[in-house]
Design a protein around this ligand. Structure first.
Ligand code: ADP
Length: 177
């Protein structure tokens, strides 16, 4: 995202964020309530570089962001080196431990790999500002929130694609759209 030219289009974060209406929903992790097996499946079923972590699927309230790479390594480590970890072990991003049911296998605690303050914008934030922030902070992605609920994600590549699209959209092509 080089700062060569100003981004002067009037588009908003909501125009660029994923998922699109026709896409499958955002792949998120919940801070508790998921098992090692479920998280491993999410990793192998998707190719995303990272996953937002939310309080619950219902609330979609953002807790943080975890990189796919860190998640993969930590689960592999836990499987190898942490005593008693099995497929149905809980994966926890929470601060304090919720009391495990008696006889439950040990949980894998992953709060340490969580980015607790990922960059966020709202659906109404102008892309001009988003582009500026990406450049200044060297971001790879940011999350999009509306009324406290996580709605989407914008990656650097999403922005580059959007810029290319806007550059190609001369008045004539708009007429024929
Ligand atoms: P890149 O955009 O560099 O290819 P990703 O592989 O992480 O990075 O993302 C691929 C596409 O999927 C992007 O359009 C991005 O907005 C979207 N995306 C990224 N993370 C998620 C996620 N956890 N759930 C749904 N879509 C995502």
């Amino acid at each position: 995202l080089e700062a060569k030219e100003e981004f002067r289009h009037k588009t908003l974060a909501t125009d660029v964020m994923r998922p699109r209406r026709s896409d499958p929903p955002l792949s998120v992790l919940t801070q508790s309530g998921m098992t090692v097996e479920e998280v491993e499946r999410l990793i192998s079923d998707t190719t995303y570089s990272g996953f937002p972590v939310v309080i619950s699927q219902l609330s979609q309230r953002l807790v943080g962001f975890v990189l796919r790479r860190d998640l993969f390594i930590s689960l592999e480590n836990a499987r190898r080196h942490q005593d008693g970890v099995v497929s149905v072990s809980a994966v926890l991003f929470t601060e304090c431990e919720s009391p495990a049911s008696p006889g439950a296998p040990p949980a894998v605690k992953l709060r340490s790999i969580l980015d607790l303050s990922p960059f966020t914008v709202t659906v109404h934030t102008s892309m001009e500002i988003v582009v500026d922030i990406f450049r200044k902070l060297g971001l790879r992605q940011c999350l999009v929130i509306q009324n406290g609920r996580l709605l989407g994600i914008i990656t650097k590549k999403d922005i580059l694609k959007h810029m290319a699209q806007m550059a190609n959209r001369d008045p004539e092509s708009i007429l024929f759209n």
